[in-house]
Write a protein that binds this ligand. Sequence first.
Ligand SMILES: Nc1nc(=O)c2c([nH]1)NC[C@@H]1CN(c3ccc(C(=O)N[C@@H](CCC(=O)O)C(=O)O)cc3)CN21
Ligand SMILES: O=c1ccn([C@H]2C[C@H](O)[C@@H](COP(=O)(O)O)O2)c(=O)[nH]1
Length: 315
Amino acid sequence: MIPQPQFDPSHYEQQYLDLMRHIWSAGDERVDRTGVGTRAMFGATMRFDLSDNAIPLLTTKRVYWKTAAREMLWFLTGDTNIRELVKQKVHIWTDWPLDKYRRATGEDIDRDSFEQKIIEDPEFAEQWGDLGPVYGKQWVDWPVYEPAGNGLYHKAETGINQIALLVEGIRSNPGSRRHIFTGWNVAELDRMALPPCHKTYQFYVANGKLSALLQQRSCDLALGVPFNVFSAALLTRMVAQQCDLEPGELIWNGGDVHLYLNHEALVEEQLARTPSGAPTLHLLRKPESVFAYEIKDFEVRDYSPQAHIPAPVAV
Ligand SMILES: Nc1nc(=O)c2c([nH]1)NC[C@@H]1CN(c3ccc(C(=O)N[C@@H](CCC(=O)O)C(=O)O)cc3)CN21
Ligand SMILES: O=c1ccn([C@H]2C[C@H](O)[C@@H](COP(=O)(O)O)O2)c(=O)[nH]1
């Protein structure tokens, strides 16, 4: 008898599982900034077809896509304070301000109490909840300095909105090879809680379709990447809709792609599972601009993943 294959080789998620298996079994073991330790490889690519509403959500574990979508909408507002996220019960950025607060004050406050204070006390949030000039700030308000004479410069009142320029650029000159935005503002990296991981997005138009390429310098394959891939696909869909284009492909390029050593249980559980199903993403409305989307405009259909697999985040 011919044995049945254990997986569908054509399933889009197989690339992710293959990458995970390869890194876990053959990656370089390295000491990292967090002290947790990783197995890593340098340079990897995954490609996802976005046509017919296809959305690259993992099916071998539940991915909380609304959390990722809320984070993307928060980036697009230019906000860099965790307060608006925490109010929406998005906790993924809390650990960094919390760590800073504990170190500065020596107070052994738990995460829930810290988040409570962030919500209740706007001044506390202003002092302790800001991540510095991270993604949102650079994406929609990249600072500009204008010459003020005598070799002096002053800060322009409004910065550069890279996202607005991107949409304008794709509409007016689709064939351009300069459809790029980036969070990597070299002059401000030292003021950011973390320098951007998903650092450069490039777009490409051909045959009426919009494709995107994300360059991610540092990739937590188990926790961050499932979010990053979904978010990049979501953004591509929003920009495509705004530009009256069909979605093409998402190409994900990872630099330092790693698995934290304390993710062993997740890796073993996930690699024992088989991907199945083809979820789709639907934009229920066409807002007047790329900045006017709301969480209720997004609907995912046919997503019945296997159970969530919890894993600790390295701070
Ligand atoms: N080590 C590390 N990994 C990351 O992925 C990461 C950082 N640090 N620092 C900045 C942001 C924050 N991001 C995070 C942080 C936590 C989760 C996380 O814990 N995800 C869980 C639960 C999600 C939820 O509660 O909604 C998951 O299973 O996906 C995901 C992304 C992505 N980034
Ligand atoms: O969107 C994100 C944000 C962060 N990560 C991961 C990648 C690394 O594990 C850490 C960042 O640490 P660095 O020392 O600054 O590289 O966060 C991610 O995967 N996706």
